[in-house]
Design a protein around this ligand. Sequence first.
Ligand code: GDP
Length: 462
Amino acid sequence: MTGDMSDTIAAISTALGPAGIGVIRISGPDALQIGLRAFRTNSGRLPQNRVATLGRLVDSEDGSHIDEAMITYMRGPHSYTREDVVEVSCHGGLAAVRSALRSIVNAGARQARPGEFTLRAFLSGRIDLAQAEAVADAVSAPTDLTLKAAEKQLQGALSNEVREIRSKCLDLLAQMEAEIDFTEDDVPPLPRRALHSQLLDIKRAIDSSIEGASEGILLRHGLRLAIVGTPNVGKSSLLNALLRTDRAIVTELPGTTRDVLEESLNLDGVPVVVVDTAGIRGTTDAAEAEGVERSKRALGEADLVLLVLDASRPLSRPDEDVARLVRNSRRPALIVMNKDDLPAQVTAARVADLLPDVGMVHTCALEHRGVESLRRAIIREIGAGSLTAGEIPLVSNERHREALVRAREHVRSSLEAVDDSLPSDFVSIGLHGAITELGLITGEDATEDLLETIFSKFCIGK
Ligand code: GDP
């Protein structure tokens, strides 16, 4: 995975498709030489370090013209990878960037693997593993809040915290090992009480770094929101109102929106995947059963369920069936009393009977009324209020949370060893475990397998 760093690698670093510009990145010891085989400066002079130079891309084999382009040379270590880097900006069309890459590869570069530039930045020590992961998150961030979380991690907020906790563990371990290795005359043993309080400090530091991780992870993965309800209550209209577009088909006839739809929604910065089960209908028993099945599936995957009811007609048996499904799923839910513009036929008390202790919002999906309250209720229900208020948690990646939780377990076992007056070795074991887990986050203790797992998910060119 870590590959041969003596290779010079190249890849198209911008998205493929018609675009104003496309960038081909070259990194490695021969970046400049290779770049110059595929590029002629207009001035005839060599490109200077960190200065964009105008010229043209040529076929490195026969010298024929490919495209007008700019070349930027960044001499290592002041570059993304810390190696010599050359970036060629040409027109962004598919043919232009592909011809450019072909010419550069023919000139001696190897095509980069996914994430290989960032891997090199990691291996050269310019960024750590958590920061490398943040690069991938920043690239794929669907909302501004997701981007903020990625940028916070990229700036090193999590890494610094983890490194500080890890170094406290290392200090403590050094003191303990001095105790084990030497006689009592050399090193006075750390009083148990002091040891206990230092361990407790470490545990508290881990606790506070995990705080808000669930919301952070929600930002990175997106919230799965299921919209369930019987046909014609206004699920598609509600989804449209939430999307503020007309992507879902709305019709007078029950059951036109046949399949489960998935839509991405930006809810005040929180990315949401909406699963709309508009296909649920009860014209026949079979269709009814299918609808219930679909509801079940959607519910199973949902972080939050919106049960939509038509408040302008009395509740039907199917309404009650779907409400029961929601209740039995035990997923967090909100009731949406839709068609609020028409005379009410359903009382809040009746609905509360079906689904006790569930929040309720009144909407008129047709006129997009009540939708703002619904958005706010969703944010409140998923506990994302602090996120939308701008509090970005340290942790937004499940891998990091798991490592922190395991590290905390190790520290806890050290604390127990102290409480039980066990010999120092038992305390050290826990500390060793915590140090390893924390090192997995920043990459000090990362194995080849872990690097492979992380970097293989990157796009090529990153
Ligand atoms: P779905 O089958 O649950 O997805 O329901 P639709 O969104 O397709 O809506 C069914 C019908 O109810 C359509 O004719 C909508 O225009 C109408 N409808 C939806 N929301 C409202 C509302 O708030 N008020 C009124 N009066 N009609 C609505």
